[in-house]
Design a protein around this ligand. Structure first.
Ligand code: ADE
Length: 241
């Protein structure tokens, strides 16, 4: 997969996009990453990318010309990218969106700064994404978060393929609690079943524990979780208790 970003701070991506799983995925050729500098598509002495809003008001907006010109050029090459704009007014990012994006060959992520974009740039967007209901200083961190969540879903990016299947949100539930050695630490113990070696019992315990944890910490997720009728009855009982 090719991920490209368009931003006035391309250097921000250097360390996060070269470290750990993402760095390894790039070395293995699973992910290709390019950070473009939006200022390369400006024509004035100051290489400006922002201006005051018509009608007055606080702050500066990202202007149309450099973004349109950059996309004219970047979108003209094959494979055509999915063009993503980051903005708090976008669709909230979640695990199912990460899976969907992981199926694309090329993503082009446009990152705003200042008070946001001139509204007309959204005519270029295939997708507008928000990380959540808060305002960041720019879209670069959002692009890194989305790249991270997508990259780890690419085949071969994680050492153990199974680890992307069991985890939180994959079946609409939080992940079950996990423990490692020592089996007792400062009086804190591990559930006996996990030490029993009985794989069927462990699987059953984990499923139940995932439902319990979701009911306790994120009951809002239960409505859309993939549950059997029996599990749903159990979840409803937990929610009502
Ligand atoms: N840019 C500023 N705030 C943002 C947010 N919450 N999500 C995505 N992009 C943003």
């Amino acid at each position: 997969m090719l991920v490209e970003t368009l931003s006035v701070f391309p250097d921000m991506f250097e360390v996060p996009m070269s470290t750990s799983i993402i760095g390894r995925a790039r070395k293995k050729g699973i992910l290709e990453f390019k950070a473009h500098n939006l200022r390369d598509w400006t024509h004035d002495k100051h290489r400006s990318t922002d201006d005051e809003p018509f009608g007055g008001g606080q702050g500066l907006l990202m202007t149309c010309p450099p973004i349109f010109e950059a996309l004219d050029e970047l979108v003209s090459t094959e494979p055509k990218p999915l063009v993503i704009f980051f903005t708090p007014t976008g669709q909230p990012f979640d695990q199912s969106m990460a899976s969907e994006l992981a199926g694309h060959e090329r993503l082009l992520m446009v990152c705003g700064r200042y008070e946001g974009f001139d509204e007309r740039v959204y005519t270029l967007a295939d997708r507008c994404i928000s990380l959540g209901d808060y305002v960041l200083t720019g879209g670069e961190l959002a692009a890194m978060v989305v790249t991270d969540a997508v990259c780890r879903l690419l085949p071969g990016a994680l050492g153990d393929e199974a680890s992307a299947v069991d985890e939180s949100f994959t079946q609409g539930l939080l992940e079950y609690p996990q423990y490692t050695r020592p089996a007792e630490y400062r009086g804190l113990t591990v559930p006996d079943v996990l030490l029993s070696g009985d794989h069927a019992k462990v699987r059953e315990w984990r499923r139940k524990a995932a439902i319990e944890k979701t009911a306790r910490l994120r009951p809002d997720l239960l409505d859309d979780a993939w549950l059997t009728d029996e599990e749903r009855a159990f979840a409803e009982q937990l929610r009502d208790s």
